[in-house]
Design a protein around this ligand. Sequence first.
Ligand code: ADP
Length: 253
Amino acid sequence: PPGARLPLPDSHDELRALAEEFNALLERQEQASERLRRFTGDAAHELRSPVASIRVQAEVAVTNPDPELSQETLGDILTEAERLSSLLDGLLSLARSDAGEVPPAEPVELVSEVRAAVGRLPAGAPETRVSNAVAQAWAWAQHGEVELVLDNLLRNACRYARGEIVVSVLATRSSVRVVVDDDGPGIAPEHREKVFDRFYRVSDDRARITGGTGLGLAMVAETVRRRGGRVQVGESPDGGARFQVTWRAAPVS
Ligand code: ADP
């Protein structure tokens, strides 16, 4: 049963050490299965809402003879289906990461990756300025991961920025860093630790309007941390959000 532990013998010998070791292992196992249980429950809960909405809308479309209304309803169904699809993509990507499927690290040049990611922003996105402190910065990471990180941070910045986004690339001998600053409402200190948790959103309403999944920053944090890098959130000079991602510098060959 959960919570069961080996009784510790009175002596301070190897047997006692072994029992302590064993109990610590049980503890870690229990924590891991508790995390998994919570994740599965949260995932089911998150998937339920777009599915329920698609179902209701489809019922409306089927029973309503007005073609204009069904057109609108179909549009809503499409939006929910897209949301469902990005949720599933996120879940699959986190599941692969949990299973330890990590592609080998390679040198990735951040200045060109940042420019490419800015180029992928949709038309009508807030003005995005790249302010390089360096001409090149080589991260010890993986190309697809860097794209995921930059796309997520820029997409979030676009959602919340009022006027401008500034992306900077910095480098030291041992590490390289991307900083994304926006001039939106920012993230209050009490939420900063938690925004990297799976499904966490600062305000449910805000997330509903923006159509987010609550998985983006969790994926960012996990891909960066498993390479020995760091993610941080703070305040930008304009009072908006500042996200910083630091990778280990690629070894020079
Ligand atoms: P979502 O898909 O909901 O955006 P994320 O994991 O990307 O999920 O972000 C988690 C939450 O962090 C968001 O719901 C939002 O409340 C907050 N957040 C993320 N980026 C920003 C930002 N640039 N400015 C303000 N709030 C942000």
